[in-house]
Structure formats: structure tokens, C-alpha cells
Design a protein around this ligand. Structure first.
Ligand SMILES: [Zn+2]
Length: 154
């Protein structure tokens, strides 16, 4: 077997966690701008068109002003761990990982919150409050944001 090292910006050709059958449908999806940005190596998140408040990925009505229009913008690929857990899941045919894996709720610098796993397998969940950098993992034909690195402040 040959080990292939991928540069940090280039997602591995096969995901370490899930089988490609679990890749989300991207075309025509309400989250299409999110996936299109990820494919370019960028993180795009929705903001309220009227008051600029950070919206949840699938949020339709703004909590701040009641506006229903959103605008997708590229945001910084950095944030902090809001919550994290270690998922114990065995599901042959869907989940490739044999060991527990981290699921991390990240609060982005933009104010958004998104739940993701890590770019690389990890046997532990990052500590709450740790700074994280977002990278990308490839699942089938879809590129997904994931925690690339964790920095724990002393
Ligand atoms: Zn608003």
C-alpha cells in the first residue's frame, strides 16, 4: 500500500468517515451556495439581506428583523468550539470509521454556528473554547467543511 500525502487545501479523494452514498444532494438544494463555496475551498454562510444578521444554514426568517431574504457571503475559516462530543457509531456500509469520531459545534468568527466533524480522524473531541481552523473533506462528489486544526490556548 502506498501512502499519499495531500496538501492541506486539497481534500483527500476518499472520506475517512462516511461512504460516498451518504453525500448530500447539492444541485438545486437550498444549501447549494454552501456546497459550491466549499468546492472552491471557501466557507460561505447566509446573512439577512436586510439587517445583516448571521442566519442558520437553513433559516428562512431572520430572528432580528423578520426579513425573509438571505445573502450568502464568504466568511473566515476560523472559529471556536462551542460544544463537542465523541460519536460512537458502528454502521457498516455507511460509516467507514471503526473508532469513535468527533462531532464539533463550531461558533465561527462570523457569528454563525455549524456542526461538523474533522478533516482527519481523531480519537478525541476538541475542548470547548479551543480555536479551530476550518478545512474541507470530500464525500463522494461533495466537499464539506470540517475542523482542520485545533489550537488550545494555555
Ligand atoms: Zn434581519
Amino acid at each position: 500500500m502506498t501512502a499519499v500525502t495531500n496538501p492541506a487545501t486539497e481534500p483527500a479523494s476518499q472520506d475517512w468517515l462516511l461512504e460516498p452514498v451518504l453525500a448530500p444532494t447539492v444541485t438545486g438544494d437550498v444549501l447549494a451556495p454552501y456546497y459550491e463555496a466549499a468546492a472552491r475551498g471557501e466557507l460561505a454562510m447566509p446573512f439577512c439581506s436586510r439587517c445583516d444578521l448571521a442566519l442558520e444554514l437553513e433559516q428562512r426568517v431572520c430572528d432580528g428583523c423578520g426579513g425573509t431574504e438571505s445573502q450568502w457571503r464568504t466568511v473566515e475559516v476560523a472559529g471556536t468550539v462551542h460544544a463537542a462530543t465523541l460519536m460512537h457509531r458502528r454502521e457498516p456500509g455507511l460509516v467507514r470509521a471503526k473508532e469513535p469520531y468527533p462531532v464539533v459545534d463550531v461558533e465561527l468568527r462570523s457569528g454563525h454556528r455549524i456542526v461538523m466533524t474533522t478533516v482527519h480522524p481523531s480519537a478525541s473531541a476538541p475542548p470547548v473554547g479551543a480555536s479551530v481552523r476550518i478545512g474541507f473533506r470530500r464525500l463522494g462528489d461533495v466537499v464539506l467543511p470540517a475542523v482542520e486544526s485545533v489550537e488550545v490556548s494555555q
